[in-house]
Design a protein around this ligand. Structure first.
Ligand code: PLP
Length: 415
């Protein structure tokens, strides 16, 4: 053979994953991933592991929904299974307040578009049956906004992100659920960045019939594993009635491998597609860690460390516009305004992996996924302050360190 290039072994450096996701995978998860034996997807221990994952996932999500399982892939994979319920011509109201709910809106328009609408603009179809309600970047979707739109449009489906990671905003899930119940809409929620970070039980929101999350944010299981999904019986009945045009991402068929057949738990799954023993072992360990630490305790830890980071960047003169607990979204101090992208690039060049916003306006996003300790937060704060100084900004280092000391000192005093 000629012209064959075998590249050198690929080495990827260790970085500080201080972005909105993916988060830092726990060493225990990586050890289970690498430690699993080579077993095929129908090996009894792999199937047992999947059934155990399903049961642990119900506890993590706070649900009795039988149709609760993982979809191989990332957040969009789980979301694709959930939005598979939406068929051409279905009436949908979608609330958008940032990058990710914006892409959810595109997904919904692709699914709900008629054949003619799809052909007219296949990459960005304008489906007449879909209403997109835009909420400005930096603001939350409120219950009043949802109530007004559902009262006006009376859709079959309503959808929004629980936590919109693009702008760092928490949306009103209670108000959303209440409005869905009142107006008979089936709610669909993108819980990609809230699951495993916030303390909530999905069964407390009866208006929501479909939930989809991801492996690599609050669940801390990037070694590409499973996107958690959960569906009520009503959702499943609806999908059975209308059908949907996908085999692999079919909400009913995809559940079979996890031991969910004809609406019931069975002892062993049956073949749907190949699953990886490595992925099952890693996902299983990630769920064990979450349940051992408890969802409630993790949520408290996120809120506590996010507050420390928030106070420290505010002491640098930054303006924080987010209210999620896994990250802060901020504007730089006035003298550096407009240079957010430059600062992010400078940090990333040093393997300090913070992020810009992905849609306008450009802001800085700093995340703390699985970085829940004082030394990790102090390291992030120190690097960020250095980056601001390197761009000519002024940081009162002692004020920043005082903010951290106050925060962590109080916590020690309170113990
Ligand atoms: C990260 C994210 C996604 C996309 O998840 P992937 O794992 O990148 O596919 C979707 N929605 C929200 C709210 C997110 O935060």
């Amino acid at each position: 053979m000629t012209n064959v290039t075998v590249f050198p072994q690929l080495d990827i450096p260790e970085t500080i994953a201080a972005g909105p996701g993916p988060g830092n995978t726990d060493a225990r998860v990586l050890a289970r991933f690498a430690g699993a034996g080579l077993a095929d997807h129908m090996h009894p221990d792999v199937l047992r592991g999947m059934v155990e994952c399903k049961e642990m996932l119900r506890d993590v999500m706070g649900t009795k929904n039988t149709y609760t399982y993982g979809v191989a892939g990332t957040g969009w994979s789980g979301l694709d299974v959930m939005f598979a319920g939406v068929m051409p011509g279905d009436k949908v109201v979608m609330f958008v307040n940032g990058t990710f709910s914006g892409i959810d809106g595109l997904t919904v328009r692709m699914k709900a578009a008629t054949a003619e609408e799809l052909a007219a603009n296949s990459l960005d179809p304008q489906a007449a049956s879909v209403t997109i309600v835009n909420v400005p970047h930096g603001q939350s979707v409120t219950g009043d906004i949802v109530e007004a739109a559902l009262a006006e449009h009376k859709p079959k489906w309503a959808a929004m992100a629980h936590w919109e990671t693009g702008s760092g905003r928490v949306n009103d899930i209670q108000g959303f659920s209440d409005a869905c119940v009142k107006h008979g809409a089936m709610g669909l929620v993108d819980a990609v960045s809230s699951l495993g970070v916030g303390d909530f039980a999905i069964d407390d929101y009866p208006g929501v019939h479909g939930w989809a999350s991801c492996p690599q944010k609050g669940i801390c299981c990037l070694p590409l594993t499973y996107a958690p999904v959960s569906f009520t019986d009503r959702f499943i009945e609806e999908v059975r009635a209308t059908g949907t045009r996908t085999f692999v991402h079919h909400p009913v068929l995809e559940a079979r491998h996890w031991g969910i057949i004809d609406g019931k738990d069975v002892e062993k799954g049956t073949y749907h597609r190949t699953h990886s023993a490595y992925a099952v072992a890693a996902f299983h360990e990630a769920l064990r860690i979450t349940l051992q630490q408890t969802v409630a305790q993790r949520a408290k830890d996120y809120a506590f460390h996010e507050a420390a980071l928030r106070e420290a960047v505010q002491a640098m003169g930054c303006e924080v516009t987010s209210n999620m607990t896994s990250l802060v979204v901020l504007n730089l101090p006035g003298d550096l305004a407009g240079r957010e992208m430059e600062l992010v690039q400078a940090c990333r060049a040093q393997n300090f992996g913070i992020w810009p916003t992905l849609s306008e306006p450009v802001q800085v996003r700093i995340g703390i996924l699985n970085l829940l300790n004082q030394s990790a937060i102090t390291d992030i704060v120190t690097r960020f302050a250095d980056a601001i100084r390197a761009m000519g900004g002024k940081v009162d280092q002692s004020a920043v360190m005082d903010a951290l000391d106050r925060h962590y000192g109080q916590a020690i005093a309170a113990q």
